[in-house]
Design a protein around this ligand. Structure first.
Ligand code: ADP
Ligand code: ZN
Ligand code: ZN
Length: 833
């Protein structure tokens, strides 16, 4: 029996912590333990148990939470690799890998004690519980509580109160008398894999606790009369499911959360903890036609064959599936995953944050039924945990989800597919700053699985790897059924200005094309990748703009919501009627966001039904699905929006795509600006002409000669990549160098300056062969969320050397007592802003 264990805790320290194991306790490696840390109790992952006494006095493990590991050996190793590669504390990595935080919420249950039983027994003999200062009425309630608890193991406190109508003070009194015990079942509940279940109490139980005025029993018909619509829905659902359902399943009903608590309070429903296995999920998706009704093209079949071969070999293999928009990549993914499932093995499909469209989810359900677990960002913590358990128990061997689904605890992993592998939502922008695509490749390597990176616009890194034969390249060069790619027409907005003498948002050409489509009853999408009404408020008297008080960025005007909002920190202010600097009343709202674009289009095409899709109209997943369904069903003529409209959607009625401000990103000081612009333009262009009628794209730009715009207009992927790769080689940027962004931040300007100066001098002194260190320089966004920001950019042909230097730098940071949280190390940074 080992005496000690090393525990990884989710704290910003690059170390593990040693605890003593009390006799009789058996924490498992890869399992969670509850330990004291500073003034708190924390849960952490056991990474090793051993008999090596540490130098310092150790504290004891409070509780072992798991009987078997929650992270198997593979995932433990993957986590350690991530910690090492991204220089992140391993405890924080493990926390990211496990969606189990919900299981640590405090849950209080009541249990009757032996003394309580005795009191109940005596009361039963004498008619009232023991000697007491309580009124007869209170004694009656106490009796009722004891009687209720005597027949049960342990019941949630809210249920005790609901069923027996006991007042909190009276219950506290019973605890003081030691008749009942309160216990924190949070951890215990987790260890035993319990879920909260709602149980419909029958009329008899309800009758056993008449209301206090004692006017007799409450017949169930009487209760039914007193229920409102929501309450009835809930009760009927429960009744239809045999009287019990997990609380999480009830959440899928369209009733407010308070309804359940009201019913619990009224004693009609009780909450108990039951073993997880009992769980069922409620799916609201309607089935569609099978996605396999068509015949695969030769290219699709070849891709399927190659991937299938790789899977059968049970060896690691990486493939880049480069298929133009509308070439049928999704169908290939589904077919591969089905093959894997037929072999009794597991697969994971990663999709970008907004790529999990209702259509894809419906296809997955259609093909895989209950075998699929879908992990999207709209899940609550508890739902996420439930899916995690389903996957681990082997009930769901097909997993589809966003970034963190790469950690799904599947067994016998055969295949990971990363759709739209270039998407920046795969990079986590907080610690650990991992890239899910790269983690997927590493996980596949460790598991001897196949990884498929799919895209119409692969990242330069992946394309380069394919060129160097690190990945096999699979191409789907044609659209399905030989549908043509849309014709792209570029409108030069400088010329438009000269000819019309006015700054136009919508060019004459685009307006004409839109009118034509609307007349033909075809659909239109218009992209403007900036939300809000106007992005800038400018004073004509002094020339100053309204900036966020926390960030060095302009506040955006939101007209309908009558506010100014900072898109970086969320700070909100009222709309100014005069300049904050000089008091002048000449404040102007300049520029156009998607809200204003929608208004302009309404003005131009009053008959058209126009929808908008951006983060202001899409609060949750439902809004997103709603807008897309409306377009799909022909309830909208036009959809306006930000990049949310650009990706993945397969809507056949859209024949025209307009792009406004196609080139906004080209002005940003970021070496990936051209790549992002090319990808966005290609993606959005790919929405046009996916049905029977061919599509057209009108691309408005101020940089018409820029190669990203030109190559996108010609659908020339190879041309763009060759040119861009040249630049990257000259400038020593990825894929020719590894890069890292080191950001120093503080709310105090002089701290940020001093620290970055100190580290700057340290970098100068330290010899680091072949590594370029740029900076310190003010970050492009010099102030963000109150922090002043300075940064260094490191470029190195050798990743090992770069990471060694970064590690040495972190040691210097610690030695200088610069707080670790104020120094962000971002390896393979995606944003340098
Ligand atoms: P991509 O993801 O490559 O843009 P999708 O997988 O969304 O393309 O496919 C585009 C459309 O073509 C979808 O409606 C899909 O059902 C359909 N499709 C896929 N393969 C075929 C095929 N071989 N024949 C006909 N239609 C197909
Ligand atoms: Zn002013
Ligand atoms: Zn701000």
């Amino acid at each position: 029996m080992p005496l000690f264990c090393d525990v990884a805790l989710a704290v910003p320290l690059d170390m593990v912590f040693t605890y003593a194991i009390p006799p009789g306790m058996e924490p498992v490696v890869g399992g969670r333990v509850l330990v004291p840390f500073r003034q708190q109790r924390m849960s952490g992952i056991v990474v090793e148990s051993h008999d090596r006494p540490p130098q310092v006095k150790t504290k004891k493990v409070i509780e072992a939470l798991d009987l078997s590991p929650v992270l198997d050996e593979h995932l433990l190793n993957l986590g350690k690799w991530i910690a090492d590669y991204y220089l992140a504390p391993v405890g924080e990595v493990f926390r990211t890998m496990l969606p189990l935080s919900a299981e640590f919420k405090r849950a209080i249950a009541c249990r009757i004690t032996d003394e309580g039983r005795l009191a109940l027994h005596l009361a039963g003999m004498s008619g009232s519980p023991a000697r007491s200062k309580r009124t007869p009425e209170q004694q009656l309630i106490e009796f009722r509580v004891l009687d209720y608890l005597a027949a049960r193991e342990s019941v949630r406190e809210e249920s005790v109160r609901g069923v027996t109508r006991v007042a909190k003070a009276l219950l506290n009194g019973m605890v003081r008398k030691k008749w009942i015990a309160r216990e924190d079942v949070s951890a215990a509940r987790d260890a035993a894999r319990l879920v909260k279940v709602a149980v419909l109490l029958d009329a008899e139980t309800a009758e056993a606790s008449p209301p206090l005025d004692g006017r007799g029993a409450r017949p169930s018909t009487g209760i039914a009369k007193k229920l409102n619509g929501n309450q009835r829905t809930l009760i009927e659902t429960l009744a239809a499911s045999g009287g019990r359902l997990p609380v999480e399943a009830l959440r899928a009903l369209d009733v407010p959360r308070t309804t359940l608590s009201t019913l619990v309070r009224r004693g009609l429903i009780e909450l108990v903890d039951e073993p997880q296995d009992f769980t069922v999920s409620v799916s609201k998706l309607k089935p569609r036609q099978s996605p396999f009704e068509f015949e695969f093209s030769a290219a699709q079949n070849e891709a399927l064959g190659k991937i299938g071969e790789g899977v059968l070999s049970r060896k690691f293999g990486g493939l880049l599936l480069h298929g133009i928009t509308g070439s049928g990549k999704t169908a290939v993914y589904l077919a591969c995953m089905r093959q894997v499932l037929e072999q009794g093995r597991s697969s994971i499909l990663l999709v970008p944050e907004i790529g999990l469209t209702p259509a894809v989810a419906a296809d997955l359900h259609q093909v895989f039924g209950d075998e699929v677990a879908i992990l999207h960002s709209g899940l609550s913590d508890a739902e996420r945990a439930e899916q995690w358990h389903r996957i681990r128990r082997g009930e769901a061997r097909v997993v589809a989800g966003t970034r963190s689904a790469v950690f799904a605890p599947v067994s016998d992993l055969a295949l990971i597919i990363v759709d739209e592998e270039q998407d920046s939502s795969y990079k986590q922008e907080e610690t650990p700053r991992y890239h899910a695509r790269d983690v997927a490749v590493m996980r596949a390597k460790m598991a001897g699985a196949v990884v498929v990176l799919g895209s119409a616009t692969p990242s330069l890194e992946s394309y380069y790897n394919a060129k160097k034969n690190k990945y096999a390249l699979l191409e789907l060069p044609d659209r399905v059924e030989r549908r043509p790619l849309p014709e792209v027409e570029i409108v030069d907005m400088r010329q438009e200005f000269q000819e019309t003498g006015q700054e136009q948002v919508i060019s004459r050409k685009l307006a004409e094309e839109i009118r034509e489509r609307l007349e033909k009853k075809e659909q239109v999408m218009v992209l403007l990748n900036r939300r809000g009404y106007s992005p800038v408020v400018l004073c004509r008297a002094c020339g100053k703009t309204l900036q966020c008080k926390n960030c060095a960025v302009s506040m955006t005007h939101h007209k309908r919501e009558r506010k100014m909002e900072c898109h970086y920190c969320g700070h909100v202010e009222r709309i100014p009627d005069k300049c904050a600097h000089c008091g002048s009343e000449y404040v102007y709202f300049v520029g156009t966001g998607s809200e204003k674009l929608e208004e302009l289009l309404h003005g131009m095409f009053p008959q058209a039904r126009i929808g908008r899709l951006d983060r202001d109209t899409v609060r949750g997943r439902e809004d997103f699905e709603h807008a897309l369904n409306a377009l799909n069903e022909g309830a909208l003529d036009m959809l306006v929006g930000t990049q949310m409209i650009a990706k993945g959607h397969d809507i056949h009625g859209v024949t025209l795509v307009g792009v406004i401000g196609a080139d906004m990103a080209l002005g940003l000081p970021d070496f990936r600006a051209a790549e992002r612009t090319f990808q966005l333009l290609t993606q959005v262009a790919g929405r046009a002409g996916r049905g029977q009628s061919p599509g057209k794209v009108v691309l408005q730009t101020y940089f018409q000669e820029h190669y990203a715009v030109q190559f996108a207009a010609r659908h020339d992927f190879a041309g763009f990549y060759d040119k861009e790769l040249q630049f990257r080689a000259w400038m020593h940027y990825p894929p020719y160098s590894a890069i890292a962004n080191v950001l120093i931040r503080s709310e105090k300007l002089d701290e940020a300056l001093t620290w970055s100066g100190e580290l700057g001098r340290w970098f100068e002194k330290t010899r680091h062969e072949g590594i370029r260190v740029l900076g310190p320089a003010a970050a492009p966004i010099t102030r963000l969320k109150r922090d002043y920001r300075y940064h260094f950019i490191l470029k190195s042909p050798s990743r090992e050397k770069m990471n060694a230097l970064l590690r040495a730098m972190l040691a210097e940071v610690a030695a200088r007592k610069i707080p670790r949280t104020q120094v962000i190390v971002d390896v393979d940074a995606v944003w340098l802003m």
